[in-house]
Design a protein around this ligand. Structure first.
Ligand code: PHE
Ligand code: ZN
Ligand code: ZN
Length: 301
């Protein structure tokens, strides 16, 4: 896989079109797309239609959980490629928003990256040796319930057959950065299971071959990779930043505004279509596609 060719391809792909669709969904549904609401249902239908049009067969995994003393019924969406189930590569991001905003950067951007990776695999004619399972999680914002349900429902054998998990939670932060999870804990101390360092390295290879600065971000338990890591499955992924202030060093690497939040609209009503950096989304989506393809095609045993 040629990292520069993948980036060039993603410069011409329609991630922002997915964000426009999710913004419309929020606009039509009281301004949000939270799990258990009509906005979540419409978000899901959009993703499922896109997957079907690309030749996938999306499946809903329904479950219930408790939120504010109420039982919420919701579902994850899963769609598989062909390839060996013995080394399944799970690639996901959360589809739900918080209840008080449309969630276009958090996490429409991750949804757009995962969906466009799925579509690109078909368009590019990539034939996975290892099965890729694209996952759109519910209820991340309510404590990782969707990914937690998925991992909980895996048998010991299913866990053994899950080669790794790649996550994208925020990939278009308007004052953002390119960050990759610190697989071996060399920068932040919290390491993932064996194999997580290699995932980090493959992401960095994409950015280095494209002369794009990137940095690491810790596994702090704050997104859907956490249940996978807890089950001993190697993990990694991308994050463009939320409530941290941009440092002078980060401004030198990425541009933007020092002292301002990486995403000033994190979890707010202003996380709209105006709250995204579309060039950053192209780069992050290309990185996800590159790493997904690398693992889809890797010989493993
Ligand atoms: N990072 C998550 C999000 O905003 C929120 C979260 C933080 C979830 C900590 C679990 C633990 O999408
Ligand atoms: Zn969030
Ligand atoms: Zn999120």
């Amino acid at each position: 896989m040629d990292a520069r060719a993948v980036l060039a391809a993603f410069k011409g792909r329609g991630m922002v079109g997915h964000l426009e669709a999710l913004q419309r969904v929020a606009d039509n549904n009281n301004g949000n797309r939270a799990s258990g609401t009509s906005g979540y249902e419409d978000s899901a239908r959009y993703v499922e239609d896109q997957l079907r049009a690309a030749g996938y067969t999306p499946v809903r995994q329904t479950f219930t959980y408790r939120r504010d003393d109420q039982t919420v019924e919701t579902f994850n969406i899963l769609a598989d490629t062909a390839g060996s189930a013995e080394n399944t590569v799970v690639v996901g991001g959360h589809l739900d928003s918080v209840q008080n905003g449309p969630g276009i950067n958090d996490n429409g951007s991750g949804v757009a990256a995962v969906l466009e990776t799925a579509r690109w695999m078909k368009d590019a004619g990539i034939k996975p040796v290892n099965r890729v399972r694209f996952a759109f999680w519910a209820a991340e914002e309510d404590d990782l319930d969707g990914s937690g349900h998925y991992v909980n429902a895996l048998s010991e054998d299913d866990i053994r057959r899950t080669a790794l998990y790649l996550n994208v939670d925020m990939a278009a932060s308007p004052n953002g950065v390119r960050s990759v999870h610190d697989g071996d804990g060399s920068d932040f101390g919290d390491d993932g299971p064996d194999g997580s360092k290699e995932i980090e390295d493959v992401f960095f290879r994409f950015f280095e071959e494209n002369s794009l600065p990137a940095e690491t971000t810790p596994f702090d338990g704050g997104s859907d990779y956490e249940p996978f890591l807890q089950a001993g499955i190697p993990g990694g992924g991308l994050f463009s930043g939320d409530v941290e202030s941009k440092t002078d060093t980060q401004v030198q690497a990425y541009g933007g505004t020092a002292g301002r939040d990486l995403d000033p609209c994190y979890h707010e009503a202003c996380d709209t279509l105006s709250n995204i950096d579309s060039a950053l989304l192209q780069e992050m989506s290309g990185a996800l596609a590159y790493v997904t393809a690398a693992y889809a095609l890797a010989a493993r045993n």
